[in-house]
Each structure stands twice: as structure tokens, then as C-alpha cells.
Design a protein around this ligand. Structure first.
Ligand code: FAD
Ligand code: 2HG
Ligand code: ZN
Length: 524
């Protein structure tokens, strides 16, 4: 665990809305802990979590085979020392990061190569054994763990970087590389991964690609549908589909790799990827601002888009309830006074003084117009990380409350906060907390409710109400986390029946026996 502390923030020139008076402010954050959880080791209180099959009795086990001694022999021969069966070792693979779903797999397989994955899947397909691909197990929709006794195929040992072309910035690697490890490797070569998220210390690039993870800088670098140039995947039959192109341009036929991006392990197991990586910016600034209401948050976003333009790399928001959560549960410190909403703005560019000038001009304008009330700018890397920690660690802070009801929705920007206010009224004092935060620049709201324990009545108050609400304004019920197990039946709120039918047909084509991650993503 890394503990970091920071004392001083650079003074931010503030222009009071009622006059031309400038005053300086300085704030401090003390002892902000930026540790990364070890997700596989963290599945504590396992005995208390009921099995998914008990909590969701309406989901029936498919007609799959069950493991025999002969199967175990086959896998042990194929993967010597890489078959896990000890119940104490299996727990971390059976339970999700949020500790809300619990499978009952009896076996975890840890291949190292694509051909081993191909052998595994060919065998499982012939035997009708169901499997679940698993990366870092940081998924938030119950997609990465078994529902019943599916065999877990973990990419933990598929962690080789295959090549890097430093001129084009294209990295090719196995799917089990940890996102942060890749980013550190690239940092030494003045490059960076085009995505970043709070789970970077644990999630695998294969998991990122399979969920089409969005994260903190999508605003700047776009979605993985753009930056992934190639994918190698193994189909349920064991056939290897090699679309591991490293070309920026390739219009030869259908772009098959796109099907594996975001399909959550239901169409194939991703074994390697090729990714276009941007240059690492030389100058980065992070500002943390306080605003009075959501209208002001939107005005801030609009203003910074215009004034920061090409150097804007993130625009995130969190509300006061999120701040309270991390203060109470993680003992983090708010570097500014309390405001109903906070905005985190990051700039990334190549010329420090140019970027600072732009940022200062933006802040003066925002404060001068009375849009932003208060704020602080990080002076060094540690302070930047500390400010980012306030935003990135909310998900972790929420876990301390008990059970989390997690919603990840895209909404038209003017509607983004309406749902929060509506739900707060609806839930009243029945819950511990209602918090909202997210990727303001992408129109992506993370709406979370907590209670001490799983509470069916509270769930009934939230769902399907929140999905209907989202659907009515033509939003998406999953902006970036996917559908997994928990949201698969909600697909119809965001996709037309014909689109769903088409997906079901594709699933049957790729995986006729339905062995790949059953009960997930596609309502069958
Ligand atoms: P897992 O959780 O192991 O798996 C996720 C899904 O992908 C499962 O359906 C699994 O079966 C499938 N899968 C995994 N590997 C493969 C493979 N090689 N081939 C085929 N299928 C595979 N998500 C965001 O989008 N944006 C965020 O900002 C973000 N922040 C997060 C912050 C925290 C603290 C946490 C805990 C999670 C966050 N997430 C976020 C969610 C999660 O981290 C991402 O979905 C991530 O991409 C999952 O990667 P993983 O390796 O952990 O995959
Ligand atoms: C984030 O942006 C993640 O922090 C997690 O996507 C969101 O916890 C959540 O709801
Ligand atoms: Zn997010």
C-alpha cells in the first residue's frame, strides 16, 4: 500500500463575481491514500455472501455437463500446476469485486498461450462444459464470475507484451496484461495507454477490451472501438480468429474485431490485442472546482470545452454526497470548501506555460462569470494523484457502506442530474446514501445507492423505475460497464427488439452450444 501526502496547492487566482477583486486561495490535502486494492485477495466475508443461484432463483442452470475426474485429468495434463481446485483459492474467482454475486465454480484454468486457450475451449465445447473468461475480476455487473459452476478461464498468466512500435505507438500484447503495468511500460517510452480507470492496478487489457471500458479520458482519446487496431480471439469451437492487425487503415471486409470489443466474453475469448497509444503529454494540469448547482456544472463544461479546447483531457464531476462518502469511509480530505457539486478538470498538452495560461484564463472567466465558486490546482504529480484519488476512489468508498446498487447510465446532458434529485426523493431515508458522480464530458452518470445489506424492497424502488426513466429520454442503461449478469434483461430499455434478435443470432453463430459466459449480456 502506497501512502502519499501533500501539503500545498498552488494558489488559484479567483475573480469574485461581484467585482474585479482578486483573491488568492490555497488548500491542502493531507495523507491521501492511493493504494490499489488487490482484487483477487480481497474477497473477504465470503461465507456471508449467498450464492447467485439462491439470490436469483428465477435463473435456471443450463443443460451443461458437470465436471468429471476425466475432465480434471485432461486439464491437469494440458496445464500442469495451472489448474486451481482448492476451495480457498477459488473464492476470489467466484465472487465479484462488489461482493454482490457468488458463483460456485470448482475449477480455475490458467493458460499461458493462445493455443492452450484453443485446446481448453475445443474440449469444453465438445463436452458441453460452460466457461467464464476472467481478467482482473473488477467488472461491476457480475459478468466476470460464474453464475453456477462454470469453469473460470483466467488470463492472469497471459501477461506478455509481444511488441511495441515506438514510431507508430502501436503495442501488441496478451490479454492478461494489467492496464497499469502496460501504462508504466509505455511511460518509459514517452507513450501512454489511451484509457485509464480507477481499477487500472488490477484490470486486464483483455477485460477492458471485452467490456469496451470507457474510463476517465474517453473525452480526449475516444473509445476502444477506435484505438484497438487488432484482436486475436478464440471461438467456442477452439478456432483461432487472428485479426491482430497493427494497421491504422484496413478496409478488407467486415471489421470482425469490433464484435469482440464490448461483447463481454460471450462471443469468444480475447487472447491478444493491438492498441494505438498516444504520446504521453509533457504538461498535465489538474483543477478541482466547486459549483453551486448542476446548471453551473454544465456551464463549466461548456466553457472549458471552448477555452481549453485541444488540451482538455478530462471533465469529471462528483456531488457532495460522494465527497461525504470518501471523507467518512476513506478519510480523504476535501481540498476546498463544501459545495453541492465538484468538477475535476484535467489538461494534457506539450507546452507547460501555454497550457497554464489557457487554464488560468479559463478559471478567471469561470469565476468571473460566477459559474465556479472556488477551486484549487495541483502543483505536482502527487497533488494531481491526490485530486484524482477523490474522484477515482468513490467506488471503493461506497463498498464500506454495505450493499451497493450501481447504475451506469448515459443521459442527455440537461437531464443528467434530474434523475438523481428524483431518486433521492423517491428513496428518502430508506437508504444509507444516494450518490452521483461520473464522466460529465461523456454524458455518463454513475448513480449509486447503498444500504447496510441487500434489500429487496429498496431494489424494487429503484428498478425498473430508473431504467424506464432512462429509456424515456433515450439514454443508455449501460454507458460503459456492460450488461453482464445483473443487467442483461435490461437490454430492451436501450435496444430495439430487432437489434436484440440480431444479437441472439450472432451469439448462436459464434457459440452454438452457448458455453461462453452463459446467463450474461444477451437475454436468451
Ligand atoms: P473482468 O472483470 O475480469 O471481466 C469483465 C467482463 O469481460 C466479463 O464478462 C468477462 O467474462 C469478460 N472478459 C474478461 N477478460 C476477457 C477475455 N480475455 N476475453 C473475453 N472476455 C473477457 N469501467 C469503465 O468502463 N470505466 C471506468 O471508469 C471504470 N472504473 C472502475 C473503477 C473501479 C474501482 C472498479 C472496481 C471498476 C471500474 N470499472 C470501470 C469496471 C471494470 O474495471 C472494467 O469493466 C474493466 O474493463 C474490467 O476489466 P477486468 O480485467 O477486471 O475484467
Ligand atoms: C468510475 O468511473 C467507475 O469511477 C465506477 O466507472 C463507477 O462505481 C461506479 O459506479
Ligand atoms: Zn466510470
Amino acid at each position: 500500500m502506497k501512502r502519499v501526502c501533500t501539503r500545498q496547492f498552488r494558489n488559484l487566482t479567483r475573480l469574485r463575481s461581484f467585482g474585479e477583486v482578486r483573491e488568492k486561495i490555497s488548500r491542502s490535502i493531507n495523507h491521501v491514500c492511493l493504494s490499489r486494492r488487490s482484487f483477487h485477495g480481497s474477497a473477504c466475508r465470503l461465507g456471508e455472501l449467498e450464492l447467485t443461484s439462491v439470490r436469483y432463483p428465477h435463473v435456471q442452470r443450463g443443460k451443461y455437463a458437470t465436471l468429471t475426474e476425466k475432465d480434471v485429468d485432461f486439464f491437469q495434463k494440458l496445464l500442469p500446476q495451472r489448474v486451481l481446485q482448492d476451495p480457498s483459492e477459488l473464492d476470489g474467482y467466484n465472487i465479484d469485486w462488489m461482493r454482490t454475486v457468488r458463483g460456485n465454480s470448482q475449477m480455475v484454468l490458467r493458460p499461458k498461450t493462445t493455443s492452450e486457450v484453443a485446446e481448453i475451449l475445443k474440449y469444453c465445447n465438445e463436452r458441453h462444459l460452460a466457461v467464464v473468461p476472467q481478467g482482473g475480476n473488477t467488472g461491476l455487473v457480475g459478468g466476470s464470475v460464474p453464475v453456477f459452476d462454470e469453469i473460470v478461464i483466467s488470463t492472469q498468466l497471459m501477461n506478455q507484451i509481444i511488441s511495441l512500435d515506438e514510431v507508430s505507438g502501436i503495442v501488441v500484447c496478451q490479454s492478461g496484461c494489467i492496464l497499469e503495468t502496460l501504462d508504466n511500460y509505455l511511460a518509459e517510452r514517452e507513450l501512454m495507454m489511451p484509457l485509464d480507470l480507477g481499477a487500472k492496478g488490477s484490470c486486464h487489457i483483455g477485460g477492458n477490451v471485452s467490456t469496451n471500458a470507457g474510463g476517465l479520458r474517453l473525452l480526449r482519446y475516444g473509445s476502444l472501438h477506435g484505438s484497438v487496431l487488432g484482436v486475436e480471439a478464440v471461438l467456442a469451437s477452439g478456432e483461432i480468429v487472428d485479426c491482430l492487425s497493427s494497421l491504422r487503415k484496413d478496409n478488407t471486409g467486415y471489421d470482425l474485431k469490433q464484435l469482440f470489443i464490448g461483447s463481454e466474453g460471450t462471443l469468444g475469448m480475447v487472447t491478444s490485442v493491438s492498441i494505438l497509444c498516444p504520446r504521453r503529454p509533457k504538461a498535465v494540469n489538474v483543477a478541482f472546482l466547486g459549483v453551486e448547482n448542476f446548471e453551473a456544472a454544465l456551464q463549466t463544461f461548456q466553457l472549458c470545452k471552448g477555452m481549453l479546447a485541444e488540451i482538455l483531457s478530462a471533465c469529471e464531476f462528483m456531488d457532495q454526497e460522494s465527497m461525504q462518502c470518501i471523507q467518512e469511509n476513506l478519510k480523504l480530505t476535501n481540498p476546498i470548501k463544501s459545495y453541492p457539486l465538484y468538477i475535476l478538470i484535467e489538461t494534457s498538452g506539450s507546452h507547460g506555460s501555454h497550457d497554464e495560461e489557457k487554464l488560468n484564463a479559463f478559471l478567471e472567466a469561470a469565476m468571473g462569470k460566477g459559474i465556479v465558486q472556488d477551486g484549487t490546482i495541483a502543483m505536482d504529480v502527487t497533488q494531481r494523484q491526490n485530486i484524482w484519488g477523490l474522484r477515482e476512489r468513490i467506488a471503493e468508498g461506497l463498498l464500506h457502506d454495505g450493499y451497493n446498487y450501481k447504475y451506469d447510465i448515459s443521459l442527455p446532458l440537461p437531464k443528467l442530474y434530474e434523475i438523481v434529485e428524483d431518486m433521492r426523493q423517491r428513496l428518502g431515508s430508506k437508504v444509507t446514501r444516494v450518490v452521483s458522480y461520473g464522466h460529465l464530458g461523456d454524458g455518463n452518470l454513475h448513480f449509486n445507492v447503498t444500504t447496510p445489506e441487500y434489500n429487496k424492497e429498496v431494489l424494487g424502488l429503484i428498478e425498473p423505475y430508473i431504467y424506464e426513466w432512462t429509456s424515456q429520454v433515450r439514454g443508455s442503461v449501460s454507458a460503459e460497464h456492460g450488461l453482464g449478469f445483473k443487467k442483461r434483461d435490461c437490454i430492451r430499455y436501450s435496444k430495439e427488439p430487432n437489434a436484440v434478435k440480431m444479437m441472439v443470432k450472432m451469439k448462436k453463430l459464434f457459440d452454438p452450444n452457448g458455453i461462453l459466459n452463459p446467463y450474461k449480456t444477451i437475454p436468451l
